[in-house]
Ligand binder design. Structure first.
Ligand code: BES
Ligand code: ZN
Ligand code: ZN
Length: 480
């Protein structure tokens, strides 16, 4: 499906269907009110009606804000895909919402078909955006064009992440993930460095090696670099890439193991971010670091009671092999800081079920030391289409990860505040210099869904990609 933007009045554009979004107020004053009322249409959020005879598609929105329009655009495309039309056209709903509409159409149209013998084929080929505003507000076409193009890149990169997350653990192994990174590097002009098990040993990444040891798919560390000439800042992005998390010897119960192919969502998000920033040509040097490993069970498996020495020399008492993501991140965070001097270091991980308990399944948990940075991130990501909530550190929780025999323990001694204690564990691997520049994002809730919400259907959501692109874009605005 192609999205096009034309600097043309909507009446001059030919398409099978015209899309209109109605609020209660605009519906009240609409010329179509009478006929639409007969179909039972009410302009509530995501209500949908199609008038085949007049070639009209209508969808209700609570207001003309980005959240409502994004969701409605996704509703429209999901429904229209079920008919035999080839094209849609629509107007603008304020310039600031172009991006949300593009995201709604692109992300709403996504479905995961890789393993279906019969692909659900849609006839819908094109969505045409007119530069006309529904309210007859005049807007600068170049500005609309820029928002449109950028949103298309970001939404497509988000779908790229979703596709990778949805792939099975047998198909998306650490090795395949490294190949995906190498291909992306070739197509998008990135540098790519892959460390195999030998190199990981050489780099003293013993925590990560321990996690991956019982798998036939050996761990890989992937380092992608996007280096523009005009970089104003350098940012490191670190992703948890557990291509499968069985829990290891602290085996997950059968029901909790299902969906654990999504434990690579942080890594896949970093790949999507690298794709987006390179296509957007952002003036920021971006390094993507991925710790790809599979947490499995065999005679060589790491054990509860093991003590591991991480890359930075800290010793870790393992009391639960299912708290493996933090062990991989410990080493990858240390490696990232040793390799690149950056202005910010962010990590993305489906790290804890506790984060979902704390914030619900739709919100990413943000944890770190700097309130200033948290505010900066919240401000930049407010209209990204992603939800982010901050969880605060405190010294009482920090005591819960003390170990009697090592420097730190990989699980807390008490059951509450698990998202925070996991982040405080990671803090052991952040240098003093980087403390205020580090932020941890627990995407365990929003990264994967088994029921539809917002623009998403079943599967990976690409959590992390859009919010991070927004943050990185905001760095160039800082300078102006
Ligand atoms: N990958 C899981 C976290 C997770 C759970 C992500 C559910 C998405 C949905 C992580 O490795 C894990 O197993 N964490 C444990 C930590 C515990 C052992 C301290 C958890 O959350 O139960
Ligand atoms: Zn686990
Ligand atoms: Zn995990």
């Amino acid at each position: 499906m192609k999205l096009t933007l034309l600097n043309t009045p909507i009446t001059d554009i030919t398409a099978d269907l015209t899309v209109i979004f109605f609020t209660e107020e605009t519906f009240e004053n609409s010329e179509h009110k009478e006929i639409l009322s007969k179909t039972g249409f009410k302009p509530t959020q995501d209500s949908f009606t199609i008038l085949h005879e007049s070639g009209l598609v209508v969808c209700g929105v609570e207001n003309y804000g980005s959240t409502a329009l994004r969701s409605a655009a996704a509703t429209v495309v999901k429904k229209v895909k079920g008919f035999n039309y080839t094209s849609l056209k629509l107007q603008q709903y304020y310039l600031k919402n172009v991006a949300a509409l593009v995201e709604g159409f692109v992300m709403g149209a996504y479905s995961f078909e890789m393993y279906k013998s019969e692909k659900s084929e849609s006839t819908l080929e094109e969505v045409i955006f007119s530069s006309d505003d529904f309210n007859n507000e005049s807007a600068d076409f170049t500005a609309i064009q820029k928002s449109f193009d950028d949103a298309l890149i970001t939404a497509t990169a988000t779908n790229f992440t979703r596709e990778l997350v949805n792939m099975t653990p047998q198909d998306m192994t650490p090795e395949v993930m490294a190949e995906v990174a190498e291909t992306l590097a070739t197509t998008n002009g990135l540098e790519c460095d892959v460390l195999d098990e030998k190199a990981l040993e050489f780099e003293n990444m013993n925590a990560m090696i321990a996690v991956g040891r019982a798998s036939i798919h050996k761990p890989k560390l992937i380092h992608l670099t996007y280096k523009p000439d005009n970089a104003i800042k350098t940012v490191s992005l670190v992703g948890k890439g557990l291509t499968y998390d069985s829990g290891g010897l602290s085996l997950k119960p059968a029901a909790s193991m299902v969906t654990m192919k999504m434990d690579k969502a942080g890594a896949c998000a970093v790949l999507g971010m690298m794709k987006a920033v390179s296509e957007l040509k952002l003036p920021v040097e971006v390094h993507g670091f991925i710790g790809a490993a599979e947490n499995m069970v065999d005679g060589s498996a790491y054990k509860p009671d093991d003590v591991l020495t991480a890359r930075n020399g800290k010793t870790i008492e393992v009391r639960n092999t299912d708290a493996e993501g933090r062990l991989v991140l410990a080493d990858v965070l240390a490696y990232a800081q040793d390799t690149v001097t950056s202005d910010f270091i962010f990590d993305y991980a489906t790290l804890t079920g506790a984060c979902m308990v704390a914030l619900g399944p739709y919100t990413t948990g943000m944890m770190g030391h700097s309130n200033h940075l948290k505010h900066k991130i919240l401000k930049a990501t407010a209209h990204s289409g992603e939800l982010v909530g901050s969880l605060p550190f405190n010294d009482h929780l920090k005591k819960l990860i003390k170990s009697e025999i090592a420097d730190v323990c990989n699980i807390a001694s008490k059951p509450y505040g698990g998202a925070i204690t996991a982040a405080m564990f990671l803090d052991n691997f952040i240098t003093d210099e980087m403390k205020q520049k580090w932020m941890h994002f627990d995407i365990a809730g929003p990264a994967y869904t088994e029921s539809s919400w917002d623009v998403y259907g079943h599967g990976g959501t690409g959590a992390g990609v859009r919010m991070t692109v927004k943050f990185l874009e905001s760095l160039s605005e800082d300078k102006k």
